[in-house]
Design a protein around this ligand. Structure first.
Ligand code: ADP
Ligand code: MG
Length: 257
């Protein structure tokens, strides 16, 4: 079954690092409002693909479109401003700041603007309104993830799983349309993992789209309606979990490395 309403389209993506071809002509689409899994053995090019989409790397060739508009080669903040955000495999919270302070940091790259604006009396009310709105949103999100009791805790004191929740909560502060999650379950205990997955499903019900890189095959197969399999920089297969599981090439790619 083809993707009918694509929120993200990747076409013939290529990225080389010196002599290494990390992504070698990958093409795929993500259905709007879906939870789509991106899997493949180590070194298949998943993270590089994420980085090319999110603007961390500029692809050598190929095309990326979000919401029908080309974003190839855009800077990370431009991609985020359009409503496409990613989380990192290693959470990137600021350890010496509280959870709430982390939530208040730089949404949509507007910090510089509000800084100079705050100097002008005319804009001050507007800035305060923005701050208030942001703070309310932060509290709502922390409540949603049930970590509001940790709002005043330093981020460095959180457990690995709580950090993953904060990472996701921070991504949501920018009011995105789509989230790309790089191994969101890594280092998360089973109880928190279950909770995290429930949250992802709830968010999907609200209309968010997800592209998730995850090593845990059960997580992918039980939670994604579509799966994309990468191997050696290209897309080896795509389809429902059942279709993917039935493909012997996929099994071989994993076993053969
Ligand atoms: P995956 O996330 O699927 O494990 P990666 O995208 O991280 O795969 O890596 C794909 C290939 O590109 C690997 O051979 C990796 O060593 C190489 N690679 C990734 N990033 C870089 C980089 N910044 N410099 C050089 N080689 C890289
Ligand atoms: Mg990776």
């Amino acid at each position: 079954r083809a993707v009918e309403d694509a929120v993200l389209e990747v076409e013939d993506l290529e990225k080389r690092f010196g002599g290494i071809v990390a992504v070698d002509g990958a093409s795929f689409a993500v259905e709007r409002g879906s939870i789509t899994g991106l899997i493949g053995p180590n070194g298949a090019g998943k993270s590089t693909t994420f980085n090319c989409i999110a603007g961390v790397h500029r692809p050598d060739s190929g095309r990326v479109a979000f919401d029908g508009e080309e974003i190839t080669g855009d800077e990370p903040h431009q991609v985020a401003n359009r409503g496409l955000v990613r989380t990192f495999q290693i959470a990137r919270e600021l350890p010496e700041m509280t959870v709430l302070e982390n939530m208040m940091l730089a949404p949509k790259g507007q910090r510089g603007e509000s800084l100079w604006r705050s100097v002008l009396p005319y804009f001050r009310d507007e800035v305060l309104d923005q701050e208030r709105e942001l703070r309310e949103r932060a509290w709502e999100t922390l409540e949603f993830f049930e970590i509001d009791h940790l709002a005043e805790e330093y981020a460095k004191n959180l457990s690995g799983g709580q950090r993953k929740l904060l990472e996701l909560a921070r991504a949501l502060q920018t009011d995105p349309e789509m989230l790309m999650l790089d191994e969101p379950m890594a280092g998360v205990n089973p109880t928190l993992e279950k909770k995290l997955l429930e949250h992802i499903h709830q968010l999907r019900e609200q209309g968010y789209s997800f592209l998730i890189v995850e090593h845990d095959m059960d997580v992918i197969m039980n939670n994604c309606e579509r799966v994309i399999v990468m191997h050696q920089g290209a897309v080896l297969d795509r389809g429902s979990p059942a279709e993917i599981k039935a493909n012997e090439q996929v099994i071989e790619a994993y076993l053969g490395g």
